[in-house]
Write a protein that binds this ligand. Structure first.
Ligand code: AMP
Length: 457
């Protein structure tokens, strides 16, 4: 083996301003989460629901890197958005490239679509993704700095029916989890009709600008649509009388929106028209929608500002990246927020997680003595090859503590191998519930346990 290279002092990053913590145990970063084993069942369930829906609706999985060129998001999400202005983990790498941790998935998907020539595939291309996103925002319940999104994107097609089908897909995802939701929908127009609407918003807010919060005051000149998103009390009041985009849509956007709603009506999906829904990102055109949980007065947990999913049409995104127009539509679901909701439903007795529990080991192997340990090691392998879910605790030598472990994990049967059994070519089979033990031929251990577990092969 070669010698490990020494880390050169000058290659280490300079100490942070928060220095002086050399002896402190490094801790989880604020806004980040470990997903512990006890949580994994929820995550596996979400993933399995996602895979099922993707299969049902014909979506193929795509994984894109966590790191991208910063310019991808500057150009797509938009320079004046909160994500780009305040929330990106952006830095210059050792090679001098400006890169960032992805704050969202859609821009990466369209980059991949363009880069891999998916434009030549049969259209539309339907892709889904699952993975962590990073935004440096103030952590709170349901808002993290690293969070997972599940996203569905339909690329290369402009038909309104696809927007409606995406809303349906989102609706079905939450329905499958027994989460009561509300669909909010709007149209944000297109580069043809939106500028005139933006001007009308500026004209409306300008005389009232003393009443706007400091952030919205800045938005007034840079991104007036975002004022409609603001939840500050003073801005909230002003929004009520603001012009509505629906009155400013061009013929094409208006017809598109009407068709989307007609399809939703056809599907009998309940929705709320929300003229204030603008979504925070520059790339949206026409349809914009969000999925909100229905709140009950007594529910803590998520704040009233927490949408579970959001998306819409983004026909102009490819063009923002300097390519020709690629019509596309999509949405993403926040996994952590959805899991918080699933847990609420569980507490209310409306969702049964037990159906999703991981398979528990049916069998435990306990051993006493060195020779038994060697044999048990092999027996464990044979069980595994026969697909018998088995657990063990080879590091323990006391039978009592091994049986305790077997009970703790809920094994139905425990095989016990000791010195005597090794000599006799037998093994003890203990039924954990009643504590009944019998001696069986060691060679018959597999066939016997299969019979008891009613395994066919
Ligand atoms: P967005 O595109 O920003 O609307 O995000 C889509 C979904 O991702 C939201 O509806 C949330 O469920 C989830 N999400 C967005 N930001 C965060 C965050 N900081 N922490 C947790 N979930 C988030």
């Amino acid at each position: 083996m070669g010698r490990r290279p020494k880390i050169q002092k000058e290659t280490l990053p300079p100490p942070s301003k928060k220095g002086g913590t050399r002896n402190k145990m490094p801790q989880l970063l604020r806004g980040f989460k470990d997903i512990l084993p006890s949580e994994q069942t929820y995550w596996q369930m979400m993933m399995s629901k996602a895979l099922k829906l993707a299969q049902d609706y014909g979506f193929q999985k795509i994984d894109t890197p966590l790191l991208e060129e910063t310019s991808l998001f500057l150009r797509s999400v938009g320079k004046e958005t909160d994500i780009v202005q305040k929330e990106m983990y952006a830095f210059t790498d050792k090679g001098g490239d400006d890169i960032c941790l992805r704050p969202e998935g859609t821009a990466s998907v369209i980059r991949a679509y363009l880069e891999h020539g998916m434009i030549a595939w049969p259209q539309p291309v339907k892709l889904f993704y699952w993975g962590p996103m990073f935004r440096y925002s103030r952590p709170q319940s349901g808002r993290y700095r690293q969070f997972y999104q599940l996203g569905f994107e339909i690329l290369g097609e402009s038909e309104p029916v696809l927007d409606s089908q995406l809303v349906l897909l989102a609706y079905n995802f939450f329905k499958g989890l027994e989460i009561e939701i509300e669909i909010q929908i709007n149209s944000v127009g297109c580069p043809l009709c939106r500028p005139a609407y933006q001007r009308s918003l500026i004209n409306y807010f300008k005389p009232k600008k003393r009443l706007l919060c400091p952030t919205c005051l800045e938005r007034l000149s840079k991104n007036p649509l975002r004022i409609l998103d603001c939840s500050e009390a003073s801005c909230e009041e002003l929004k009520d009388g603001a012009p509505q985009i629906i009155d400013w849509l061009c013929e094409e956007c208006k017809n598109h929106f009407i068709k989307v709603l007609e399809f939703l009506d056809e599907l009998e999906l309940p929705y709320d028209l929300n003229p204030l829904l603008v979504r925070g990102l520059d790339y949206y055109t026409k349809t914009a929608f969000e999925i909100w949980p229905i709140f009950k007065e007594d529910q803590a947990g998520l704040t009233s500002q927490s949408a579970l999913a959001g998306g819409g049409r983004y026909d102009g995104l490819a063009q923002l990246l300097g390519q020709k127009t690629i019509p596309a539509s999509g949405f993403s679901i926040g996994i952590e927020r959805t899991i918080l909701k699933v847990k609420e439903k569980e507490k209310e007795g409306k969702f049964d997680m037990d159906a999703w529990e991981e398979r528990r080991p049916d069998v435990f192997i306990a051993q006493l003595g060195e020779a038994a340990k060697r044999k048990a090691l092999n027996l464990f392998e044979s069980f595994r090859e026969h697909n018998i879910l088995t657990s063990e605790c080879f590091s323990k030598n006391s039978l009592k503590s091994q049986l305790e472990q077997a009970s703790k994990i809920g094994a139905k049967y425990t095989f016990i191998l000791g010195q005597k059994e090794i000599l006799d070519g037998t093994i003890l089979l203990r039924e954990m519930e009643g504590g009944v033990q019998e001696i069986i031929d060691y060679e018959k251990a597999i066939s016997e346990i299969k019979k008891r577990l009613e395994m066919n092969h």
